[in-house]
Design a protein around this ligand. Structure first.
Ligand code: XLS
Ligand code: NI
Ligand code: NI
Length: 436
């Protein structure tokens, strides 16, 4: 049984190809900057959007046509869907996937039943991973959809909701470990507040930190050595999420002694909702030594919510890859397409077009970023801009040899600072365009 009978493995055909079911830039084996594109990009398909997304919106139900679905929420249907998912990922040629516990298996009437359902589907996932060689980039638990989490999970005022969430994370860690997952992600879900009048913020933050420490401890106990990630997002579903952007997450991790255990999983649309660029978020994480993984998507500047579109903007992917390369590239993480096809793109083949476009956009961004770095003109401009920090007074300050009084003495003697030089923003923007 095949779900995509008319589609073969997506080939690489090069930039001149007119075939919409071929890669024009993503050639997994091609070496860029000393490493195969496959290993630079570590593409990953998300289970929730690609295999569970139905295209529902607040104004109408799902539109997606998915012939492999039997219309039930049974374990059998979930197992069948898992096989379809691997057929898709294999034909696409992505090396990784990611899931939430409740994406892959139906929630049961009790925690025990939910765990059993999950095990029944995980055994199919395991079989399919072994058959195809596709690996789990990260697992996670859905701690936001069920009504028990209406006030949050790790930050819920209901201690039993916290306990249930802890049990869910325990199980999700176990299956992630069983599947050889390379990471485990915490996206805050409803970890935030709608109204501060009814919220004990300090208590909620303390609880969230305890929750994460419990996960770190349990991972150690079962021998799970994958990387933990925390995923910033400023709003949706709550008005104010505690993990609102990279800087807020880093501050939280530092305050609660979690920096050694979690890195950041950055998502483009979350960055823009936070009023930042993705490049800013990647640089913020990189500078803190906490660059983990990216959820590659894009928002729409004219819409104020998390539209989770597939990334196709070469300028965006170039910015992402240039900043990633600056910090040594992705190691444990990947380019995870946390993105969904539009409600109007309801046919199965649209899933292929969407991923091919995203993969090609990132492959192109990678190649352009590598060209920029190899050429060296941009880096030379930046080095020149900071040159006065590499010798003389700047170098002395960096080495810690000065204080306010010694600097005052120098400036009193000089009377005025050396004249500034131009930032050359327009010239640099023109330069970047020459590589595109
Ligand atoms: C939601 C998040 C979510 C995480 C995984 O906006 O992006 O999909 O990536 O829980
Ligand atoms: Ni995400
Ligand atoms: Ni998102």
């Amino acid at each position: 049984m095949t779900a995509f009978p008319d589609i073969d493995r997506i080939p690489f055909e090069g930039p001149d190809s007119k075939n919409p079911l071929a890669f024009r830039y993503y050639d997994a084996d091609e070496i860029v900057d000393g490493k195969a594109m496959r290993d630079h990009l570590r593409f990953s398909v998300v289970y929730w959007h690609t295999f569970r997304g139905q295209g529902a919106d607040p104004f109408g139900p799902g539109t997606a046509v998915r012939p492999w679905e039997d219309g039930t929420d049974s374990v059998e249907n979930a197992q069948q869907r898992a096989r379809v998912a691997f057929e898709f990922i294999e034909k696409l040629g992505a090396p990784f996937y990611a899931f939430h516990d409740r994406d892959v298996a139906p929630e049961g009437a009790s925690l025990r039943e939910s765990n059993e359902n999950l095990d029944a589907v995980v055994s199919v996932l395991k079989e399919e991973q072994e058959r195809t060689g596709i690996k789990l980039l990260w697992g996670t638990a859905n701690l936001f959809s069920n009504p028990r989490y209406m006030h949050g999970a790790g930050t819920s005022p209901n201690s039993e909701a916290f306990a249930y969430a802890a049990a869910q994370v325990k199980k999700a860690l176990e299956v992630t470990h069983e599947l050889g997952g390379e990471g485990y992600t915490f996206w805050g879900g409803r970890e935030g507040y709608q109204n501060l009048w009814n919220t004990d913020m300090r208590r909620e933050l303390d609880h969230l930190a305890m929750f994460l420490h419990m996960a770190v401890d349990y991972a150690k106990e079962i021998g799970f050595t994958g990387q933990f990630y925390i995923e910033p997002k400023p709003k949706e579903p709550t008005k104010h999420q505690y993990d609102s952007d990279a800087a807020a997450c880093l501050n939280f991790l530092r305050q609660y002694d979690l920096m050694d255990h979690l890195k950041l999983n950055l998502e483009t649309n979350h960055a823009t909702l936070a009023g930042h660029t993705m490049q800013h978020e990647i640089d913020t994480a990189g500078a803190a030594g906490a660059l983990g993984s990216i959820d590659a998507n894009t928002g729409d500047m004219l819409l104020g919510w998390d539209t989770d579109q597939f990334p196709t903007d070469i300028y965006l992917t170039t910015q992402c890859m240039h900043t990633l390369l600056k910090y040594g590239g992705l190691t444990t993480g990947g380019v995870n397409f946390d993105a969904k096809v539009r409600r109007e793109s309801f046919e199965p083949i649209d899933l292929f077009y969407a991923h091919i476009g995203g993969m090609d956009a990132f492959a192109r961004g990678l190649k352009i970023a590598a060209d920029i770095r190899a050429d060296g003109r941009l880096e030379a401009i930046v080095n020149e801009r900071y040159a006065n920090w590499t010798s003389g007074l700047g170098a002395e300050i960096e080495a810690g040899k000065h204080n306010l009084a010694s600097l005052e003495k120098i400036m009193l003697a000089k009377g005025e600072a050396t004249a500034n030089v131009s930032g050359r923003q327009e010239m640099i923007e023109n330069l970047i365009n020459t590589y595109l």
